[in-house]
Write a new protein. Structure first.
Length: 308
């Protein structure tokens, strides 16, 4: 390394060390721990210093990750639209186990968006714990999987105009001796399951006063926890709980009072991709105007939640 560069690095390090003596807060913010980046076929792992203190705000780039080009240009150059979906989301983005095909309102809207752009469609399977990371890393161009809008998520991604909405519903077993209605859920000793990464985590954490909240991470499922007796009920939205009721004879769906937890759904893209977001909004506006969105909502039993 050039001597002048070494001198600059040494001077910077000395400044941080000296400043940290006078500022414990600065000292805490500058603690680092090693991490590894592995590039297949590029030799041994490279050590990278990674901050382990509290997260700081980093302004995302104006262009797509790793490309230096706006997302819309990347999609057209690639000739393929990469869409993040959760393949277990009934009536939204659901892989039918009988034929392996993707079904649901968002699955068909994704195909319509790819057709509008004149490119191929490729689904990228993910779940609600990781989809924000996948978007930020550029693994997919858009998330079309019934993504609920929240202030926390809006700090990391940009949302289209909303197209669906739903309050919270709960599911228990038809023969449950402990929970027969929504009013039975929040009682001492009861356990209510919720999927990790979903908006319902925060909503139920703020609502429950006596019952315990069980946050279930993939590959475990909320319904499995209920059937195993480790949870008395689980919560989700209209589409998912409707699927439970239609596919499982044991499922008893309970509606929340006063549309508790009512949430708007939208499509999510990386922040600051203004041209790409404008194209997605134009697509949604056209789908509402020509009736495509309404027809798909009717096909999958979601008309009651349609945002026109």
């Amino acid at each position: 390394m050039r001597p002048d560069i070494v001198a600059i690095i040494a001077a910077c390090a000395a400044f941080v060390m000296q400043a940290s003596v006078f500022s414990p807060k600065l000292a805490a913010m500058t603690r680092i721990a090693p991490a590894q980046i592995v590039d297949a076929g590029a030799g041994p792992p490279v050590q990278l210093a990674t901050h382990t203190s509290q997260p700081h705000v980093v302004t995302p780039p104006m262009t797509s990750p790793h490309s230096g080009q706006p997302r819309l240009a990347v999609i057209r150059a690639r000739g393929e639209l990469l869409v993040c979906i959760w393949p277990e989301y009934y009536a939204i983005s659901w892989r039918n186990p009988r034929n392996g095909e993707m079904e649901g309102l968002d699955a068909e809207m994704a195909q319509a968006l790819a057709d509008r752009l004149g490119v191929r469609l490729q689904f990228v399977e993910t779940h609600f714990v990781e989809f924000l990371d996948r978007l930020e890393q550029g693994d997919c161009d858009i998330a079309m999987m019934g993504v609920g809008i929240s202030p926390e998520r809006s700090e990391r991604v940009a949302f289209s105009k909303p197209y669906l909405g739903s309050p919270i519903f709960a599911v228990t077993t038809r023969d449950s001796p402990r929970v027969a209605s929504w009013a039975d859920m929040d009682r001492p000793g009861h356990v209510i399951a919720v999927a990790a990464g979903t908006i319902q985590v925060g909503q139920m954490r703020g609502a429950l006063r006596a019952a315990e909240l069980l946050v279930v991470s993939p590959p475990a499922s909320r319904e499995a926890e209920v059937l195993a007796g480790r949870a008395d009920a689980f919560v989700s939205d209209f589409a998912y709980t409707r699927g439970m009721q239609q596919m499982h004879g044991w499922a008893h769906v309970m509606e929340s009072p006063d549309r508790f937890g009512d949430t708007l759904f939208a499509y999510a893209v990386a922040r600051y991709e203004t041209a790409w977001l404008a194209e997605v909004d134009a697509f949604l506006a056209a789908a509402k105007a020509d009736g495509l969105l309404a027809r798909l909502a009717e096909r999958y039993g979601l008309t009651s939640g349609l945002v026109r």
